[in-house]
Design a protein around this ligand. Structure first.
Ligand code: HEC
Ligand code: HEC
Length: 215
C-alpha cells in the first residue's frame, strides 16, 4: 500500500500539521493559565488568587460601603427614576432634567449646560465635574431604595455594573465622579466617612469575597 503522502492527497496528520497543532495548543494553554489566575465570579471567591474569602469581614465592610452609597452625595446620581435628585433630602431635581439615553440629559436640558467642569462658587449653584451625568438608560445602576443585600448583588453583577470585573470595581473607588462626592460644593454635607475610609471598606468588601448581607 502506498503511503498517503505519495498519492498526492493532503494528509491532515502530517508531521508539520502535528507540530503546528501542538504549538497552538501549548500557546493556548499558557495564555489561558496566564490570564485566568484571577477569578471574577463572586459566587466562587475561593478560586481566586487575589481574594481571601471571609464572609463575616466582607459583610461587615459592606455595611460601611452601604452608608456611603446611600448618602445623598452618591444616591442623588443613582436614582430609581430618570430624574436626578438634589440636596441632603434627595428631592427631585428642580426643572426635572431627564437621564436621556446616555445619561447626559435630554434635548435642551443637558447636564453640562449648568454643571461646569468645576464647582460653581456660592450656595445652591451646580456642583461641577467634566463627566457630570447619570448612568445610561441601558444600565441605570440604581442605589435608591435598594436593600444592602440587593445592592451588594447588583454591584458585582456585570450585567448591571457596566461590565466591571473585580479589578475594575476596585479601581472605581478612585473614579472622578466618586471623588466628586468629597468635593460637593458649598453648603452640602460630606459622605459619612473620609474617602480613605470608604476606599478601605470597599477594598475589604471585595477582597474578602464581595459577599452580600442576608437582607
Ligand atoms: C454626577 C453623578 C454621579 C455622582 C455624584 C456619583 N456617581 Fe456613581 N456613577 C455615575 C455614573 C455616570 C456611573 C456609570 C459610569 C461608569 O460605570 O463608569 C456611576 C457608576 C458608579 C459605580 C459602578 C457601577 C455599579 O453599580 O457597580 C459605583 C460603585 C458608583 N458609581 C459609586 C458612587 C459613589 C460611592 C458615589 C459617591 C461618593 C457616586 N457614585 C457618585 C454617576 C455618579
Ligand atoms: C438648568 C440647569 C441644570 C441642568 C440642566 C441640570 N442641573 Fe443638576 N443642578 C443644578 C443646580 C442649580 C443644582 C444645585 C441645586 C441646589 O443645591 O439647590 C444642581 C444639583 C444637582 C445634583 C445634586 C448634587 C448633590 O450632591 O446633591 C445632581 C445629582 C444633579 N444636579 C444632577 C444633574 C444631572 C445628572 C443633570 C442632567 C441629566 C443635571 N443635573 C442637569 C442645575 C442643573
Amino acid at each position: 500500500m502506498k503511503h498517503p503522502s505519495e498519492t498526492g492527497r493532503r494528509n491532515p496528520f502530517s508531521l508539520k500539521t502535528t507540530v503546528a497543532l501542538s504549538i497552538i495548543l501549548f500557546v493556548t494553554a499558557v495564555l489561558t493559565t496566564a490570564f485566568n489566575v484571577k477569578n471574577d465570579d463572586p459566587e466562587s471567591p475561593t478560586k481566586s488568587a487575589l481574594i481571601n474569602p471571609d464572609s463575616i469581614e466582607s459583610v461587615k465592610a459592606f455595611a460601611q460601603v452601604y452608608k456611603v452609597l446611600m448618602s445623598p452625595r452618591c444616591m442623588n446620581c443613582h436614582p430609581s427614576g430618570d430624574v436626578p435628585l438634589q440636596g441632603d433630602d434627595s428631592h427631585e431635581h428642580t426643572m426635572l432634567p431627564k437621564r436621556g439615553t446616555n445619561g447626559k440629559g435630554l434635548y435642551a436640558m443637558k447636564c453640562a449646560n449648568c454643571h461646569q467642569p468645576t464647582n460653581t462658587p456660592g450656595l445652591h449653584t451646580p456642583p461641577g465635574n467634566p463627566e457630570w451625568h447619570l448612568p445610561p438608560a441601558s444600565m441605570k445602576m440604581v442605589f435608591q431604595g435598594r436593600t444592602p443585600h440587593q445592592l451588594a448583588k447588583q454591584l458585582v453583577d456585570k450585567k448591571q455594573n457596566g461590565n466591571k470585573d473585580m479589578k475594575k470595581l476596585i479601581e472605581h473607588a478612585d473614579d472622578g465622579l466618586v471623588l466628586a462626592g468629597w468635593n460637593p460644593g458649598e453648603g452640602r454635607t460630606l459622605p459619612p466617612m473620609s474617602h480613605a475610609e470608604f476606599k478601605k471598606a470597599w477594598l475589604t468588601w471585595i477582597q474578602k469575597g464581595a459577599f452580600a448581607p442576608k437582607s
